[in-house]
Design a binder for this molecule. Structure first.
Ligand code: SF4
Ligand code: SF4
Length: 74
């Protein structure tokens, strides 16, 4: 099952972007409710490796399941 970036928890640090082996983490437009940049995971491409979850420094920004209700997907 793909991972999910919680749009309103992500702080746009982007450690996950370079770590993803299939380059499926993309910048979202504008800012989130915290006023920071935010990223989203392409569920169709994610291979569920868990690396993004391991490298993200923000508690709760990535959840290890597909949660389209938590992640904005442009
Ligand atoms: S999910 Fe985590 S590592 Fe990725 S951009 Fe958001 S805060 Fe940064
Ligand atoms: S679980 Fe792996 S493939 Fe999926 S977004 Fe995270 S780093 Fe990329």
């Amino acid at each position: 099952m793909p991972h999910t970036i919680v749009t309103e928890t992500c702080e746009g640090i982007a450690d996950c972007v370079d770590a993803c082996p299939v380059a499926c983490i993309h910048p979202g437009p504008g800012k989130n409710g915290k006023g920071t940049d935010w990223y989203w995971i392409d569920f169709a491409t994610c291979i569920d490796c868990g690396i993004c979850f391991q490298v993200c420094p923000v508690e709760g920004a990535i959840v290890q399941e597909e949660r389209p209700d938590l992640q904005k997907t442009p």
